[in-house]
Ligand binder design. Structure first.
Ligand code: NA7
Length: 536
């Protein structure tokens, strides 16, 4: 089959791409997803306690339709995964998207054809299709990272990865559960699992900063207030890094140490990301301030956790906020339960698995069930799994062997007419993803129209533009403390993955910048005449 555009992925970004290309631009579009339904990451991440890792409602949602904002009833300030899934299901129905999505259908290959200026794809079912444009909404948190411990495959009990959670309920009743990983997924899941499991043993590689989410019900009055002020809120989201919340202009060093502690207490009580983004300017850039905020959180952990030795193991020692900040709902308190124990893998590493236990250097931990909350080959992983073939038969895996070069985080030199949504070097995971997807798609819309208005067949980033973009993204990252810590933002969580800061740190400024580049005739791109208009 031939289409104007093929969209890979039916998560937030892919759904909006389909809607925009089909309903606003009038193109013929087919979307594919390996999952059995819409939601992308949310379709897979159904582990107990899964929530948006930000104070989300109603802002973790689409902004393109005021009707949608008016009709959808978010119920909590930090939306649960089931609510997010119900929302995307509703969106798919409301905009009649399902009829153009092929579910349970993984795209296994994509190849650029120079002569026809088209992308050809193949699916796991052997379907073939082609299109002028390939929109890769493949997800920043899609490829599950599984640890390779000796004997792990010999473990006889069930093994669940948080990023591939089964759709049928999993009971922990009477079970001894081992959990590896204490990122957002582990921190969200552990308190829920501990409620019913006989025992939970947490295997922690890095102690984490987690801030109280202070999740609460969203009242009808609050929702109405959001709806009434929607135009202003949306505008604030555009200007303020994707969230409408105020970010402070207070300078820490204008305040006395006592005033600063009082401010941290206030932000802690407020919950969410306030301590990081609203206490003082520069918490993620000023090392001294960062250390002070880190000390504040470390002291809080010591106050919450009863057993001093457990508290010590749970106390992080890296720069505050430089790994993904976690919002928790009773995580540290969970270690005061008698059925929860913690193994610090730095002191006591895993040596092997048996059919019934995890063996560490200093002991054996019998378990009936294993939960891997070990994260993802983030940001670049899903594109590398697709591994499209661009000009001259070059695969993305070859191009990205040492560095994830992109232009604007959306385009790749050598891969004409291919657009990534939330690709490496775009704000992606550091921005509100539904809104970021909309804004990427608005840019792609303008680019496709530019092509058509000028009778061009292809658009492609230049290598020079990629190099300059690389420099720009790195310079911005280096103004923060992020690159100083090993995290999935830098690729350090995956053995052998090239180290590179994978996100553009200035969300709102990024979107201004790409719009300015579009207005300047899509600077940094080259265009080729449409092959159908070149006399044969
Ligand atoms: P994360 O944030 O990557 O967390 C994964 C956790 O698993 C983290 O604590 C890792 O320790 C740990 N990990 C990874 N590999 C291993 C091995 N081999 N052994 C022991 N421990 C390991 O993934 P999440 O799913 O929690 O969250 C990802 C994002 O999804 C999140 O930020 C939200 O945006 C939603 P490490 O810190 O690397 O030492």
């Amino acid at each position: 089959m031939q289409y104007d555009a093929i969209v890979i992925g039916a998560g937030f970004a892919g759904l909006y791409a389909l809607h925009r290309l089909r309903d606003e631009m009038g193109l013929s579009v087919r979307a594919f997803d390996g999952a059995g339904g819409v939601g992308g990451t949310w379709w897979y991440n159904r582990y107990p306690g899964a929530r948006v890792d930000a104070p989300s409602a109603p802002f973790y949602g689409y902004t393109f339709s005021k009707e949608l904002v008016d009709e959808w009833e978010w119920t909590e300030t930090q939306s649960a995964s089931a609510d997010v899934l119900a929302y995307v299901d509703h969106v798919a129905d409301r905009f009649d998207l399902r009829k153009d999505i092929q579910f349970d259908t993984r795209v296994t290959d994509a190849r650029w054809d120079e002569a026809t200026q088209r992308w050809s794809i193949e699916t796991a079912h052997g379907d073939e299709a082609s299109a002028r444009f390939l929109i890769c909404a493949t997800g920043a948190l899609f490829v599950a990272n599984k640890p390779h411990y000796p004997g792990i495959d010999d473990f006889a009990g069930p093994v669940y990865h948080t990023g591939r959670w089964p759709h049928e309920p999993v009971s922990f009743e009477g079970k001894r559960v081992g959990v590896i990983g204490t990122g957002s997924s582990g921190v969200q899941a552990i308190p829920e699992i501990a409620k019913t499991a006989e025992h939970v043993t947490v295997f922690q590689r890095t102690a984490q900063y987690a801030l109280p989410a202070r999740n609460r019900p969203l009242t009808a009055e609050q929702l109405q207030e959001y709806r009434d002020n929607w135009a202003d809120l949306r505008d604030s989201m555009y200007r303020r890094g994707g969230w409408p919340f105020p970010t402070t202009r207070l300078k820490a060093w204008d305040h006395t140490p006592e005033e600063r502690q009082a401010r941290y207490e206030e932000m802690w009580a407020e919950g969410g990301l306030h301590l990081a983004i609203n206490s003082y300017v520069g918490v993620l850039a000023d090392e001294e301030l960062n250390a002070e905020v880190g000390d504040f959180v470390r002291a809080k952990i010591g106050q919450i956790v009863d057993d001093p030795e457990t508290a010590r193991k749970l106390t992080p020692d890296y720069l505050f906020g430089t790994k993904r900040l976690i919002l928790d709902n009773g995580y540290f308190e969970t270690y005061n339960r008698s059925n929860v124990s913690l193994v610090d893998l730095r002191d006591d590493p895993i040596t092997a698995f048996t059919a019934t236990s995890v063996q560490t250097e200093h002991g054996e931990h019998p378990i009936d069930m294993l939960v891997l909350a070990t994260g993802f080959d983030a940001v670049s992983g899903s594109m590398l799994q697709l591994n499209p073939q661009g000009r001259g038969g070059v695969r993305l895996g070859e191009k990205w062997a040492a560095r994830f070069d992109t232009y604007l985080g959306m385009a790749i030199a050598g891969f004409p007419n291919l657009f990534m949504i939330h690709g490496p070097q775009s704000p992606g995971v550091l921005y509100t993803m539904p809104l970021g997807g909309e804004r990427h798609m608005a840019w792609i819309d303008a680019c496709i129209r530019h092509l058509d208005e000028n009778d061009m067949g292809t658009v492609e980033a230049t290598e020079e533009a990629e190099a300059a973009w690389d420099q720009e993204v790195n310079d911005l990252a280096n103004r923060t403390l992020y690159p100083r810590t090993n995290s999935w933002y830098t690729g350090a969580n995956i053995p052998g993955k090239p180290r590179q800061f994978l996100a553009h740190t200035m969300g709102s400024r990024y979107f201004d910048r790409i719009e300015e580049i579009a207005a300047d005739g899509f600077r940094g791109f080259v265009f080729e005449r449409s092959s159908s208009s070149i006399p044969g």
